[in-house]
Structures are given as C-alpha cells and as structure tokens.
Design a protein around this ligand. Structure first.
Ligand SMILES: [Zn+2]
Length: 75
C-alpha cells in the first residue's frame, strides 16, 4: 500500500489527534444552523471540541429544534 494511502486511512481511524475528522461541520437541513465541533453548543451541554459523533442523540438544533438526523455534513 502506498504511504499516502496509509496516512489518509490512519487519519480517520484514530479517535484522538485527528483534527480533520473532528473539524467536520454539520448543517441543519431545515434552518441552516451550522454545528461546529470546535465551538460545540455549551448552552446545551455540548462542550467545545465535541465531534459530531459524540454529540448526544438527544441533542437537537438550538434554533429550530429538529433532531440530529436532520443534519447533513457540510461540504
Ligand atoms: Zn435547525
């Protein structure tokens, strides 16, 4: 396997030290609110630095209240 491919594969399998994975933003498909992992949502018990996968399933859009399922990965 090429070294390049190995390093890319490693980026998303290591839970810590993977800023590329943790910095993925998610957008509410209803109101356009953007969840930024770097900021989290402290007002709703989501600490800054929380990746999308770690946001509780009970969390909902702070603007319009829809479920996590209504969010799409930002391009
Ligand atoms: Zn929303």
């Amino acid at each position: 396997m090429a070294e390049y491919a190995k390093s890319v594969a490693a980026l998303c399998t290591v839970p810590v030290d993977a800023p590329q994975c943790e910095s993925e933003k998610w957008v509410c498909s209803l109101c356009g609110y953007i969840y930024d992992p770097a900021e989290g949502d402290p007002a709703h018990d989501v600490a800054p630095g929380t990746p999308w996968e770690k946001v509780p399933a009970t969390w909902s859009c702070p603007l319009c209240g829809v479920d996590k399922e209504m969010f799409k990965k930002a391009q």
